[in-house]
Design a protein around this ligand. Structure first.
Ligand code: SF4
Ligand code: SF4
Ligand code: SF4
Length: 320
């Protein structure tokens, strides 16, 4: 697929508009939050696929990537990430599976932990993307714009949980410089962005409620109300919380009767690729220099603009 000079200039304008030094508003905590209650989740033991996972896959199916093959690694890389032949994997996060249920055993007790993006209050993925392809929405969710993403995976590098997943052979770079720029597109949970702006709950939450009735393992609601429930359950039931302070705070609160340092240890002993460390500090200050990000993004865009502009001019001259 080719891209015209006009299309490219439009895309550059969009990218440049997004390419700003982060504003304080990006650090807002957002309107909504979720509770994931590990005392209620049984991993949908009687179902072939956990219903929350099934609902997520069905709801987002039309947005899953369809790579152009054969896929080529872009210079100087020697490899690429291709999950397109492993679309059935439900035991981890992939570009085709934005939620999975992590299964561990702690002191003889089986635990099922639904895992997806935590939707951090001040997300380093948003601040770290050199192309401004990620945004923090007023609803509290962080969202990847797949039409701007070059698949450089900076968002995954700075995410303490390694949440965004890359698929090669798709995205803007395929139209620009497939051999020399970009590694694909990153994918992750966006908290069902189109549903929540309409006041609907995320598909996974609805599926869990449909199965478990008035004691579901997932609750979604206004942040104030969710925080009130978390506080009340911690006080009354002595539950442990995860997600309230990790990475500077998130809008996903796990509740558990088992301490999270034990859960974290069990996950790390299993060598699961999606960790759950308890001592997660925000990487914003130490790892991400917003000026550096601005310069990297500007430079990259300038180089791409120059090359594509030259190609487009040459093509235009030939057509005259
Ligand atoms: S969160 Fe609900 S739907 Fe998902 S695995 Fe647990 S019980 Fe099943
Ligand atoms: S969990 Fe990771 S991908 Fe999700 S908002 Fe936080 S830093 Fe970004
Ligand atoms: S909120 Fe939506 S996108 Fe995120 S895991 Fe649930 S169903 Fe999937």
């Amino acid at each position: 697929m080719s891209i015209t000079r006009r299309q490219f200039l439009g895309l550059t304008a969009i990218a440049t508009t997004n390419l700003v030094i982060p504003k304080d508003s990006e650090a807002s905590e957002g309107k909504y939050a979720t509770i994931i209650d590990l005392t209620a989740c049984d991993g949908c033991k009687d179902e072939p696929v956990p219903l929350c996972v099934k609902a997520c896959r069905e709801y987002n199916n039309d947005r899953f990537p369809e790579p152009q093959k054969p896929i080529q690694p872009y210079w100087p890389r020697k490899g690429y990430e291709d999950w397109s032949d492993k679309r059935d994997r439900i035991d981890t996060l992939t570009p085709y599976n934005w939620l999975f249920v992590q299964r561990i055993n702690v002191d003889g007790e089986d635990l099922n932990i639904p895992r997806r993006c935590m939707h951090c209050d001040n997300p380093p993925c948003v601040r770290g993307c050199p192309f401004g392809a990620l945004t923090k929405q007023p609803e509290g969710n962080s969202v990847i714009n797949d039409s701007l993403c070059f698949g450089g995976a900076k968002c995954r590098d700075v995410c303490p949980w390694g949440i965004p997943q890359r698929q090669a052979g798709v995205g803007l770079y395929m139209k620009l410089l497939p051999k020399y720029a970009g590694g694909g597109v990153m994918y992750k949970c966006d908290l069902c962005k189109d549903r929540i702006v309409k006041g609907q709950e995320p598909a996974c939450v609805g599926a869990c409620k449909a199965r478990l009735g008035d004691r579901p393992a997932m609750y979604f609601g206004k942040r104030d109300e969710i925080l009130r429930i978390v506080k009340e359950r911690v006080e009354k039931e002595g539950l442990h919380v995860y997600g309230d302070v990790q990475n500077g705070g998130t809008s996903t609160f796990y509740l558990s009767a088992v301490a999270f340092d034990k859960i974290s240890k069990a996950i790390s002993e299993k060598k699961d690729r999606i960790p759950m460390a308890t001592n997660v500090k925000s990487k914003l200050k130490e790892d991400i220099n917003p000026i550096g990000k601005f310069l990297i993004g500007s430079t990259a865009l300038t180089v791409v603009a120059a090359v594509v502009g030259a190609i487009a001019s040459k093509k235009d001259r030939k057509e005259e």
